[in-house]
Design a protein around this ligand. Structure first.
Ligand SMILES: Nc1ncnc2c1ncn2[C@@H]1O[C@H](COP(=O)(O)OP(=O)(O)OP(=O)(O)O)[C@@H](O)[C@H]1O
Length: 484
């Protein structure tokens, strides 16, 4: 097992760094270990330089510990580990060259793929969501080029915050230099957090800089539907030619490719042809590539060749800034007090935040009222009731207990073992953040504890989120589980 030392090293580093850092910089590295030398392959120069600067020293320390005090020589290169080390299928790995088509490997269209085709119309008859979405229509073989970019989703309308800073910066780089160092760009994160927005922003910026650029945006279901339709119409060659002719291919919500084998196959070859031709590929997904189930390994590993970046849920300040921006776009005056009030109440995701603002604005127009916190409370009465009902202390306790595989009774008990105290602190902290209960009420709900115990738990968990990547990830998972 020549590379196992690197895998062990990765396990150690996974516990030391926040998930986003680990997934972005360390996880994509491939290794080749022979004759006392470990070569780490980075997908591009940017990642290599970054790892060299920020992580290499720590990597060497860990390797030394793992190797009985003797550090192997570590060398960094751009590229991928030699073939025999990489877990990819060689034959199928060969990309199409100069637009020549790959031989079919015989993957059959699954029932699910047919199902998608039945519910989504083909490319020619597709209606854009709004007129704005249709930017350009050209004839390409038998398939018309429709980019479906939403012109409202630009970098200017995207509010930057700590949660999306890295994703935005990477997207900007791709827009400025498509087909360059970050190819493919893989954006992932929970629902309604701005992945689609960023993807369109890149497409719009590419076209702004080069109006002749052919940018195709589509959800993965459409790719599946187009492919199945092309097969039915005996037009698979046009399909291949079309998708390989674009300057940038933007595929949204790639997780829907799961179990659609023929589509994965087709996409894999398209993907290779595009990368080979220096054309940009951008993909979004609701999870990290390796965690997508029912997706071919070689496709997942290919996703990691460029840059993989997470979009996280926005923190309070960013939620306030987003509301102010959306209100400004709608020509509505929104005081920061009102924005703050909404942002505090709606924490799940930006889509829901926008929905809440729209509701408040519509009510204000209708009644001619000023947008004040009491008015907002009244306008969002039903929505807030739903939230409060969903996020009860009871619900939090059940979710936390299930997650850590302990009993709810343990959370309420006097037990003080670590396996129980940490989950209890997490649950108390969530109760403070997600419900409107006071500290004494929360203490009561946790087996009659004092409010100072709750306060201590909140502080502790806040602190741990900065220093302990495991807790940070758990906490984010809970926020997602409980609020979406
Ligand atoms: N940082 C931001 N600034 C401004 N608007 C944002 C921001 N993040 C998200 N939005 C808005 O929130 C809405 C939902 O975003 P988007 O559709 O991009 O989410 P998503 O992450 O792609 O979700 P899904 O996984 O469900 O497709 C959009 O209207 C988008 O404009």
């Amino acid at each position: 097992m020549p590379n196992s030392i690197w895998h062990q090293c990765l396990e150690v580093l996974r516990d030391e760094f926040p998930a986003q850092q680990f997934n972005t910089w360390l996880r994509p590295l491939q290794s080749d270990h022979r004759e006392g030398q470990l070569v780490l392959f980075a997908p591009n120069r940017f990642v290599m330089d970054w790892v060299n600067e920020k992580y290499l020293r720590r990597i060497e320390e860990v390797l030394k510990d793992l190797n009985g005090g003797q550090a192997p020589r570590v060398n960094m290169k751009v590229g991928s580990a030699p073939r025999e080390q990489a877990p990819v299928n060689r034959a199928a790995d060969k990309p199409a060259v100069n637009g020549r088509l790959q031989e079919e490997t015989g993957n059959q269209v699954t029932e699910e793929e047919k199902g998608v085709a039945a519910t989504v119309a083909g490319p020619v008859s597709v209606k854009p969501k709004t007129d704005n979405d249709r930017r350009e229509v050209q004839v390409e073989g038998d398939i018309k080029h429709q980019s479906f970019l939403n012109e409202g989703f630009t970098f200017e309308t995207f509010v930057e915050g700590k949660s999306n800073q890295l994703a935005r910066a990477a997207s900007m780089q791709v827009a400025e230099n498509p087909g360059g160092a970050y190819n493919p760009l893989f954006l992932y994160g929970g629902v309604g957090l701005g992945k689609t927005h960023l993807m369109h922003a890149i497409g719009n910026e590419i076209v702004r800089r080069n109006p002749r650029a052919k940018v195709a945006y589509l959800r993965s279901e459409r790719f599946v539907a187009d492919m199945v339709k092309a097969l039915q119409l005996n037009a698979i060659n046009e399909f291949k030619r079309y998708y390989r002719s674009v300057d940038a291919l933007l595929i949204d919500d790639i997780q829907f490719f799961a179990r659609k084998e023929r589509s994965q196959e087709e996409f894999f070859h398209t993907f290779n042809a595009l990368l080979e031709g220096g054309q940009q590929v951008i993909v979004t997904c609701d999870r990290f590539p390796k965690e997508i189930s029912d997706m071919e390994e070689r496709l997942k590993s290919r996703f990691g060749w460029g840059l993989t970046v997470m979009v996280e849920p926005p923190e309070l300040e960013t939620r306030v800034a987003i509301l102010m921006k959306k209100a400004e776009q709608a020509n509505v005056k929104l005081s920061s007090e009102a924005a703050f009030f909404i942002a505090q109440k709606i924490r799940s995701n930006v889509r829901e935040l926008e929905g809440a603002l729209r509701l408040v604005i519509a009510n204000a127009h209708f009644t001619g009222s000023e947008i004040t916190p009491p008015f907002i409370r009244e306008s969002l009465k039903d929505l807030l009731a739903l939230h409060e009902k969903q996020v009860s202390i009871d619900n939090i306790q059940r979710t936390v207990a299930e997650y850590y595989k302990i009993k709810v009774a343990d959370l309420l008990s006097k037990r003080r073992t670590r396996t129980v105290t940490r989950p209890r602190q997490v649950a108390m902290s969530l109760a403070k953040e997600l419900t409107n209960h006071s500290l004494p009420e929360i203490g009561d709900a946790f087996g009659g504890r004092d409010h100072t115990t709750v306060l201590h738990a909140c502080k502790k968990i806040l602190e741990l989120q900065d220093t302990d990547p495991g807790i940070r990830e758990d906490y984010q998972n809970f926020m997602r589980l409980l609020t979406t």
